[in-house]
Design a protein around this ligand. Sequence first.
Ligand SMILES: Cc1ncc(COP(=O)(O)O)c(C=O)c1O
Length: 384
Amino acid sequence: MTDTAPSGLMPFYAMDILKRAKALEEQGRSICHLELGEPGQPPAPRVIEAVARALPQPQGYTNAKGMIELREGLARYYQEQHGIAVDPELVLATMGSSAGFILAFHTAFKPGARIAITRPGYPAYVNTLLGLGFGIAEIPLRGANGWRLTGEAIAVAHARQAFDGLLFASPANPTGAAVDREQLADIVATCARLGVTLISDEIYHGLDYRGASVSALELTRDAIVINSFSKYYCMTGWRIGWMVLPEALIRRAEILQQNLFISAPTLSQIAATAALKERDYAEEQKASYAVNRQLLATGLREIGFELPVTGDGAFYAYAGISRFSNDSMSFCEAMLAEAGVAATPGIDFDRTDGAGFVRFSYAGTRASVEEALERLRRFTRAGG
Ligand SMILES: Cc1ncc(COP(=O)(O)O)c(C=O)c1O
């Protein structure tokens, strides 16, 4: 069932579920899409207007680091949201955070270096690292601890098998777990003590329901920070994100960008520059995710899914399915075929224990979450 390639690369099962869901829709079935980690809404109207204005002009490559207007906008973002000064020269616009990972790994590490990641975690971390010839060390997280990474867990994993880097996201995919300032300071200090380079994936910043997101840049300038316009600004397909690098690494990252990608897409950089000024629109989307978050958590618990904590941020619920199944892939297949609810099997995020979990995304509409819960009630009553 899990077709692991010899290299350790695995498919992204969410995409397989999506393909099946689309095929069912083509046959006329109605499907509730809770498998996708992307907002259902378009970017803010002013973002589209800015791109429409720019479209008739020639769109050449930009500076490899990105347009200065965008990098200055991002420096303002750090000042306004985090109260810190960031030099635009240390900012590099990327083709989504996905390209940021490639640049970060090759900038900070030599081939063969080992990078720690959390389990569960975003599947592309493992696949990108293995695909690029790096090693991985997994740090297991526990639902009872809110799925939060701690300095202690990092130290225990490092003592078991040393690693050179740590890549982690807060808020996280698939759990929504976010660390607060004190917990992040513990992680930063532990990495510094162990000589581990920290890569902080801050893609879900802004989508934190318990308080302001804390950037690693508030605590250290030795970390590589990766962020994106995909989630908070509703721009997944625009493929635009950014990195902030330590001074010692920026030139190497710039050279890699010149050669690997030349520059991030120009129209998307124009869109991103406009999006930074549209936080009111992004906050409206967040308010609807916040409603969905509560509805889904309450509904899933009533139905019998295990949700020890309601995720702090992002737009995911990572639910235990032990009442219904011990095979998340077959469970998701049956849930799709019989109930018309698409969700992602936990094996995407955790190759060891993921068979016991399913990730539900609540980035869609309230109506789709309500309808999915109703269908899940009937599906589980009928025996799952
Ligand atoms: C934790 C995390 N990081 C990075 C990404 C990739 O985002 P993008 O390349 O669109 O910026 C995702 C997408 O789901 C994610 O969940």
